[in-house]
Design a protein around this ligand. Sequence first.
Ligand code: FES
Length: 376
Amino acid sequence: MPRLADPRFAADCAILVDGHRIPARAGESVTSALLAAGRPLLGRSAKYHRPRGPFCLASSCASCLVRVDGQPNVRACETPCREGLRVETQNTLGGASHDLLGAIDLLSPHGIDHHHLATWNELVNRLAVGASRRLAGLGQLPREAPPPWEPAREERYDAVVVGAGPAGLGAAEALARGGARLLLCDREARLGGRLRCRLELPGDPPLAWTGEVAAAVRRAGGEVAAGATVLGLWPDAAGRLAAVAERGPSPRLRLVRAPRWVLACGTWAQPPLFEGNDLPGIFAARGLLAALAEDGVVPGERAAVLGEGAEAEATAARLREAGMSAERVEGEVERARGGRRLGALLLAGGRRLRCDTLAVATPRLAADYRTSRAPV
Ligand code: FES
């Protein structure tokens, strides 16, 4: 059951992935369409050509890079689907599923020291270094340069709030109700941060509050920018200036100046620490739950949930409601097994837990944006 059986989640377009038509919903992310199609494999790693799939589903880990309409290294989790969108997997020889260069991983179980390749013989070393240079890098340059962006024009606001999760929304609401004209921006295409997962933890406001805050911001003359990443923030005499890259059909760079800034950047999911933690099928629980709630994506049949506490419990409950089996992981995970997708977890004590999906609900890391000594 790749999607919830609900007419709201019915596919209404198709994207082309390595030439194959994959049904999708217009506007959902490429990762949602691929997970709903049972394809968590998105490409191969740069060095050992290990299978790569999305992890965070929230623009923060870069394990979902694909080529989109000829542009390399585009995050699949922040690319909206539309009819005919051309997606190609990267870093493969023969396709992501049967990448011939995957042999590098099989033949070098202890890794490769590429600084000392075949140093016992100069000629062989040169050949080996030349070959490794040809294999290195991520993606291929596009045949044509993308169209240039419009020159950025400077905009002024009373305040800017970076991050539209619960903290950023709270700040934006207070500023807007106080009459401030503000820019509320978030790098994800949808506002709400963790509220989008519908965890409904005690004290969480309902998701509908997101719309109320956006309306309050607009009423005060401000703007809400989703899919907008703040690239840098520099203090200067006339306030603080930031470069903001906005995605969407007409990507553009904005220069935004404001005397007040609120950085409410939230948290990042951390990959679990065990061998095989990069297998496709291992996801941050929040990303998975957002895809389930917003796009009806059911990522597999057998889930395991890693983590303690209310968030892990709620994750297991949501996945069960969606029709998956979902078992909480008890004890330490020693390694993950699988080929092109997770197949099982090996636990301390020798237990083998079969699963095709691991939802990681362990503590997250605060997104640290302290790049300036000046307080903002
Ligand atoms: S950045 Fe796309 S899955 Fe993490």
